[in-house]
Design a protein. Structure first.
Length: 75
């Protein structure tokens, strides 16, 4: 006795839906997290600048260490 076509077709459609084509994939937005530092920004740094001047050029540091308050880490 041959298998009915409707359940076979439904099963094939369900299994085929597991792999979506690219045009049906959800849109993902590239989100910038943290500070984006360019070479131009780094080249403006000079020895002896105050903390406020560095913060103005590069933004606030991403990591602050409570044990090393004078060290700023930009990732």
């Amino acid at each position: 006795m041959p298998m009915p076509r409707a359940p076979t077709l439904a099963l094939a459609l369900l299994l085929g839906a597991c792999a979506l084509p690219d045009f049906m994939a959800p849109h993902r937005i590239d989100i910038q997290q943290g500070n984006y530092i360019t070479q131009e920004m780094v080249s403006q740094l000079k020895p002896g600048m105050s903390k406020e001047q560095v913060r103005y050029l590069l933004g606030t540091p991403l990591l602050t260490d409570i044990f090393h308050a004078e060290r700023w880490d930009y990732v």
